[in-house]
Design a protein around this ligand. Sequence first.
Ligand SMILES: C/C(NCc1cnc(C)nc1N)=C(/S)[C@H](O)COP(=O)(O)OP(=O)(O)O
Ligand SMILES: [Mg+2]
Length: 565
Amino acid sequence: MTFTVGHYLAERLTQIGLKHHFAVAGDYNLVLLDQLIEHGGTQQIYSCNELNCSFSAEGYARSNGAACAIVTFSVGAISAMNGIGGAYAENLPVILVSGAPNTNDHGSGHVLHHTIGLTDYSYQREMVRHVTVAAEIIVSAENAPAQIDHVIRTALREKKPAYLEIACNIAGAPCVKPGPISTLFSSQPVDDTSLNAALEASLSFLEKREKVVILIGNKLKSAGALKEAVALAERLGCAVTVMSAAKSLFSEAHPQFRGVYWGEVSSEGTEKIVEGADGVITLGPVWNDYASVGWRKLVRGENVIEVNPESVTVDNQQFAGIPLKAFVSALAEKAPSKPASATDAYKPLSIAPAAPDAKLTNDELTRQINGLIDGNTTLFAETGDSWFNATRMNLPDGTRVESEMQWGHIGWSVPSVFGSAVAAPERRHVLMVGDGSFQLTAQEVAQMIRYEVPVIIFLINNYGYVIEIKIHDGPYNYIQNWNYAKLMEAFNGGTGAEDGSLRGGQALGLTASTGAELKAAIKEAQKHTRGPTLIECRLDRADCTKELVEWGKQVAKANSRKPQA
Ligand SMILES: C/C(NCc1cnc(C)nc1N)=C(/S)[C@H](O)COP(=O)(O)OP(=O)(O)O
Ligand SMILES: [Mg+2]
């Protein structure tokens, strides 16, 4: 077999630990797709469209560490850019690969199909540059290895997406084989002088503090420092809280865990713990308008040691060139060792079971899902009241929660949970998604059927965009209702095999309008393993968390700030 440019890419993807890649066929990428199939190192998984393809890759990266999506030029890649923007916002190394025009067309004055009708095809790379950390156009086999290595190396180092465009007549061109993978793993250098200065400043900060609290943000995960955060917490013996986007990054079974901090909509008691501390160490925080409840609840300033992916800020001084992981492990060694002194209590969620035949409520729904999840569950929470329901749950040790609180693209969760389940089939995947969000990417349930991925989908039907209704209501927040459970029959068409037989799994579609119906549906879902189960949970539109109502008010205020004079 001649080793080709496509084989080089396939070999590198396999070497960095991918077992799958996601793809949508198009005439600019068919030869490239053949090369990956021929190489065989990663299984080719197909998506219904390129938006879902990029989100499935994003979900794969959440569980596997990195991912790859392969699409066709322009009509495919521009759709995929939305999911790549999400991967950028959520710090996930996804490699977007686009098939591209034949090299003989460049500069030929040819107008090509799928393009915007101009003879300059470079617009795609210009667009994607804004949502990637590296972007290369491959038009020769000689340069391909260095370009592919540069794109993968940068994505892995920065934990951000990157882009490769491969001309359709180059994908199958003969190419050298890659060397050892070690050249692709370049870690961030540590500036020792800056690290020691930051440690000194932090130790003197801690000496002057009575009551220290740790607040964890979601960039702790992309910094790969979860264990180091536990070591620091146990050294300091202090209370540990998490931001909502970091839910599950610190075990809630740990004796020092003290809830989710989210301003007024924190876990009960947690707001007082964080705001009552005289010193807070924030690890990988993301302070956006939603996380700060409309720019009002930011934990920053003179009583804070803010530890970001490459810098530490303490006592009004910023120390650069320090990877978060290096700082946290060094501070865990040098900080004064105190026995666990976290006393203040926070009040974990407790919801009394509803009467079995009473109309299903959001509380009863949350209580039963909380009862379903265990240490082997990855729970996806879509943008919507699902954020608040997941945030208030009590997580068993080992449960993982995935949300997309920075990008917040509704519908992200359906393809993303599929991608995560492909990456980690040994974990139980559970999805909470609202009716509005589901309508954007519903067709990806068909891939869960095709690949027999047993996701349990709680389709929370509150008949509209309730988050938006709470922020600012209008006719635009009301949507056509679907018969969501019945929709599963439409997807159960079977996978046309070469011999004409219909293979693949089956989706189960169930509805629940009372607690008893929900309980029975969950039991059935747990037994159904040959594909997804969608349980349409019917709620009153007015039935949402009190946290959403409070938060929505504050976000609406922030959105309506008058222009500065
Ligand atoms: C329309 C929109 N956001 C605006 C929006 C619009 N388009 C995209 C791609 N992403 C977005 N976040 C949002 S959060 C809806 O309330 C979601 O509705 P649903 O899934 O039904 O959840 P809730 O009812 O719990 O709010
Ligand atoms: Mg809704």
